[in-house]
Design a protein around this ligand. Structure first.
Ligand SMILES: N[C@@H](CCC(=O)N[C@@H](CS)C(=O)NCC(=O)O)C(=O)O
Length: 222
């Protein structure tokens, strides 16, 4: 039986969603973020040394890293679903978006979160205005222009086809859902019509809704 080590409000929601799309049997082991630091509890380090979520265990395997977990689940339980055929143009696109989501899209979104929250942290009152000004400059000069570029890239790609790898919904769309949802919650940059349409379409999928019910809480930090 697959066990998903699931952290509230996190990337592991994507794995829950994939498990629901595939109709796999699984159980969920739950972990709660510290409300102040947003960090995972130390128990997660007993499952995997990095203590991050998602992690799955399946028989003798323990796997971390969303993209690797997605590939493992498709290899083992996919029966050719949710991944374009090897050698096709769509497969190239699928592979690109699967890696891009964590490798390129998430870093500026994480920076945005850190710099948005910095002045709200335990900063001495005397230097709070300075911290606020540095955080605002980091966002306006460095982070926001990068986010704009990424969001425009998603908009132009979703104008070419309904889904990231082409006309068929694939697991790359599941992987890309997290940066798009994070951008909707915190980017502070308007999203285009195609990106908003993508988010609406994924929300209306029955498996997405079952995953929400199974995961409990899914509200991304801002
Ligand atoms: N690239 C990794 C990122 C994993 C990751 O950073 N997960 C976050 C949840 S969204 C986490 O566990 N944060 C809690 C912590 O860092 O303590 C993946 O895609 O699985």
């Amino acid at each position: 039986m697959i066990t998903l080590h699931h952290l509230n409000n996190s990337r592991s929601q994507r794995v829950l969603w994939l498990l629901e799309e595939l109709g796999c049997e699984y159980q969920v082991s739950r972990y709660q973020r510290d409300p102040q630091t947003l960090l995972a509890p130390p128990e997660l380090k007993r499952v995997h040394p990095l203590g991050k979520s998602p992690v799955i265990t399946d028989g003798s395997h323990t796997l971390a890293e969303s993209g690797a977990i997605i590939e493992y689940l498709l290899d083992r339980y996919g029966n050719e679903r949710l991944r374009p055929a090897a050698g096709s143009e769509a497969r190239l696109r699928y592979t690109y978006w699967l890696h891009y989501a964590e490798g390129s899209a998430m870093p500026p979104l994480l920076l945005k979160l850190v710099f948005q929250r910095l002045p709200r942290g335990p900063v001495p009152a005397l230097i709070r205005p300075l911290v606020r000004s540095i955080a605002a400059r980091a966002q306006s000069r460095f982070i926001d222009p990068q986010l704009r570029t990424h969001i425009d890239w998603w908009e132009s790609e979703l104008s070419r086809a309904a889904w990231f790898a082409g006309e068929e919904f694939t697991a790359a769309d599941i992987q890309m859902s997290f940066p798009l949802e994070a951008a909707a919650s915190r980017a502070g940059v308007p999203l285009g019509e195609k990106v908003r349409g993508f988010i609406e379409r994924i929300h209306s999928r029955a498996a997405y809704q079952r995953a929400l019910a199974a995961g409990g809480e899914f509200q991304l930090a801002r």
